[in-house]
Each structure stands twice: as C-alpha cells, then as structure tokens.
Design a protein around this ligand. Structure first.
Ligand SMILES: Cc1cc2nc3c(=O)[nH]c(=O)nc-3n(C[C@H](O)[C@H](O)[C@H](O)COP(=O)(O)O)c2cc1C
Length: 424
C-alpha cells in the first residue's frame, strides 16, 4: 500500500487501515492523518509495514512553555534533573547519517545502549517537506531516551523543525561537528565554528521555545582556550548537554587522528551541565578509561558500533585467536539476523540495510569474497534473500566471533550502572 493510495481516506478510516498493517500502532486519528506507509517504489523501501509517526505539527503539545529559569543555577539544576530523569544515560549511540536509524538504534539498545541519537536531519528540508519527514524520522515508544539531531543555520527554521519532533524525543540536538564538504557548501555543522554569534542565536532561540532541552554536538578548536570559550558560550546560551568529539574540524580521519581526551576533560571541568565524550571508544575498556580520564558523564560511540552493535554489552571484536575460550557464542551473523528482523518490524530504506550488512559482516566477507560479490550484484534485495545469505556465511564459517571480556564487563557494571550487563 502506498502513501498515494492512503491519501484520500478520512482520518478514522486511515487509522483502521494503518492498524490492519501494524496492530500495535498507538495514535490518534488526527495523528494517523499524517502517517504514511513506507512502501513507496520511488524510494526503494524495504517493506510495507507502517512504522511511526511523521510527527505532525498538530500533535505537538499545546501546553505552555515552562517559565524561563530565573538564574544560571536554576538552568544547570534543570539540566541535571532532566538527565537524571532519563536514568543518567552513559552509553550512547552517536548520530550517524544513514546508520543510526530506528532498527539499528533498537539493536544497540538491546545490547546495552542507554540512549541514542537519530541521524542528522536537515532542518529546512525536514520542516518544508512531509515526505522527507516520513522517510527520515521514524521512531517508536521503546526508542527512548532519544536525541533528535538537526543541522541548521537559521534559528527560526530550526525551531520549526524541532517543534515537529519535540513530542517524540528527550533532547533536540544541534550538529556543530560535521566537517564534510557538504556541510561547508550548506553552511552548517563544524563550519559554524567561524560564526559563533549565529551558533549562539541557534541555541538561544531553541532553548527558549522548546519543551525539551537542547543539546549540542561539537568538535574542538585547535587552541584549548577557544574550545573552552565556545563550550561556555553554549552553556550560557541555554544548552542542557554538550557532546564533545575530541577532534578538530580538520582532523576528519578518525583512524589517523586520535581524539584528544585532555581537551574533553577541560571542557567537562569548565562546564556545569552534563558533558559526553566522543572518540577512541572501541570497547568497554575504552569506555572505562575515557570516563576516568575525562570525568565525562557518558560517552558516544559511532563507527565501532557499526561493526559490533553489541559493544555496550561488553562484547569485543578481534584478538580472539589469542584465546579461543573467549568465543562468546555471539557473532556478527547473529547480530545481522537480529538487525534484519528489526528492519522487518521497523522498515527503512534498503540503502541503510545494505550499509549495515556490509559493515557488520565485513570480516566475514573478507574470508568469503564470493558471497560479498553475490550481495553486491543483487539489484533488488529481499529479506528472504538476505537471511539465506547470512545463514550461508554462518555455515561457511571463518568469520571472527565476538568475545565477551568478563573482567571489563564487571567494570561496566559500575560505569554503566549495570545496564550493559543486564540488558544483554
Ligand atoms: C557513518 C557515519 C555517519 C555519521 N553521521 C553523523 C551525523 O549525522 N551527525 C554527527 O554529528 N556526526 C556524525 N558522524 C560522526 C560520529 O557521530 C562521531 O562523532 C565520529 O564518528 C567519531 O566517533 P567514533 O570514533 O566513535 O566513530 C558520523 C560518523 C559515521 C561513521
């Protein structure tokens, strides 16, 4: 069923129709009027199941905004109260374009993630284009705590986009960290580090007009004093949380440049609101070391999770050959199957599924390149074909299993509040 075929129905009929596709759908007819199924042949979507609301303006809360904080102290207190209400999330899935989408977030949550970011959404396109909203932002009740991230360079457009998602998230995040050419051309992300008055007005306008707190994801400046002045400005402008990727705008290659944990520590010491650290986190031992080194309140991981979505549950990749007893009985083929099942439940564009399958099964494809070639040659994917492919890879064997590092797992009980262990 396509969006076009649903369009003429009245809200109640539409809701019934949508419920027949997804019985667990929980929303009002008014909201259903703004839902779309995600079977649109033009967009190459993976299934015809309804997933989530394209949060319409009409269902944004009409409750008045809370009174603005009387003082900086009150603002800081509110930031911590919110953070604690969410369970003080420490192990966080970082924002990743085309990769931190709903089914992947849900997979990481099953394996110990305390919270997750959406991929970056483009505030102008998102606020103007309903189809973009329905395609790029899907969520569900269990997908919390959730940071919804936008890129922006216009405070009013950002606010308009943020108002649409605020009923469905715990923070609206602004991406001040993207260093890519597309961000230079679009004038957003890390390129706004050259225009701090604009950064300030984006944060001020959002924090003064939203019900949910505002967070910012930043990169560091080459000079520490500039980074600290920047971070303090964000706090004063109304940010309730700052995530610091410890690399500069020019240090694009994460494999070549190590993240600077000293700079993150300095930001943590300078700010009074929660601070998250990002960079150099490959497994739970890194999490422990990073939290100890920086004093940060939590960490973000991105690329390592793509290969190993069970990272936050204490599973590690590589090095297993040193000690075969470390084999955990879990490997990327199991995780790939679990991810595919989540995609059947929460449909997303096939390009995202392709990307995850490549990353999760990278080591297995190295051992069996002919299977990768077959995968690449498939013009149209189906879940049946993918399940068969993963089953075949598992039977062929030879990929690298994950192992669970028991001593580190017990550290994670203290640093992750025991969540990583209990959720796995
Ligand atoms: C595939 C991919 C997509 C990314 N997309 C975003 C994004 O949408 N927004 C953002 O702020 N950072 C994005 N990043 C950067 C990550 O959030 C993170 O800051 C960076 O990868 C460093 O963390 P890591 O060392 O754990 O990978 C992306 C990174 C990757 C690998």
């Amino acid at each position: 069923m396509s969006p076009r075929r649903l369009a003429p129905f009245l809200p109640n009929t539409r809701l019934l129709l949508l419920r027949s596709l997804n019985p667990s759908l929980d929303m009002s007819p008014a909201a259903a009027a703004h839902l779309t199924t995600v079977t649109d042949p033009d967009e190459e979507i993976c299934s015809s199941t309804v997933v989530a609301a394209a949060a319409p303006e009409e269902i944004a809360p009409s409750v008045p905004l809370p009174p603005p904080p009387a003082s900086a102290e009150e603002r800081v207190e509110r930031a911590w109260a919110h953070w604690r209400r969410l369970g003080a999330p420490r192990l966080v899935v970082a924002p990743m374009v085309d990769n931190s989408e709903l089914p992947f977030r849900m997979l990481c949550r099953r394996y110990g993630a305390d919270a997750a970011y959406t991929p970056m959404l483009h505030s102008r396109i998102f606020s103007e284009n309903e189809k973009n909203r329905n395609m790029e932002f899907t969520t569900c009740k269990e997908d919390r705590p959730l940071f919804v991230q936008f890129c922006a360079n216009d405070p009013d457009i950002l606010l308009q986009a943020a108002k649409i998602v605020e009923p469905h998230c715990d923070y609206v995040d602004i991406n001040f960290g993207c260093p890519q050419r597309i961000a230079r051309r679009g004038y957003y992300g890390a390129f706004l580090m050259d225009n701090l008055p604009l950064v300030k007005s984006l944060v001020q306008n959002l924090s003064a007009n939203l019900h949910v707190p505002v967070s910012c994801k930043i990169r560091i400046f080459p000079r520490l004093e500039d980074t600290l002045a920047y971070a303090r400005m964000l706090e004063e402008a109304g940010a309730s949380l700052v995530a610091v990727h410890g690399r500069t705008r020019d240090e694009k290659d994460g494999k070549k440049f190590r993240a600077d944990w000293d700079a993150i520590k300095a930001v943590k010491d300078a700010l009074r609101i929660p601070v998250l650290a990002n960079g150099n986190i490959r497994h739970m031992e890194d999490v422990k070391n990073c939290l100890e080194h920086t004093g940060a309140d939590g960490i973000l991981s991105a690329e390592p999770l793509l290969e190993n979505p069970a990272l936050f549950a204490g599973f590690r990749t590589k090095e297993w050959k040193e000690d075969e007893d470390k084999d955990s009985g879990l490997d990327q083929t199991d995780l790939a199957i679990e991810y595919l099942k989540l995609c059947e439940q929460y449909p997303v564009p096939w390009r995202m599924i392709r990307s995850h399958v490549h990353k999760m099964l990278g080591d297995w494809f190295k051992v069996h390149p002919q299977v990768r070639e077959e995968f690449n040659a498939q013009p149209i994917l189906t879940f049946e074909w993918l399940h068969d492919m993963v089953k075949k890879l598992k039977e062929l064997g030879g990929g690298i299993p994950l192992y669970r590092d028991i001593p580190i797992q017990s550290h994670s009980d203290t640093i992750g509040g025991g969540l990583a262990a209990s959720k796995a």
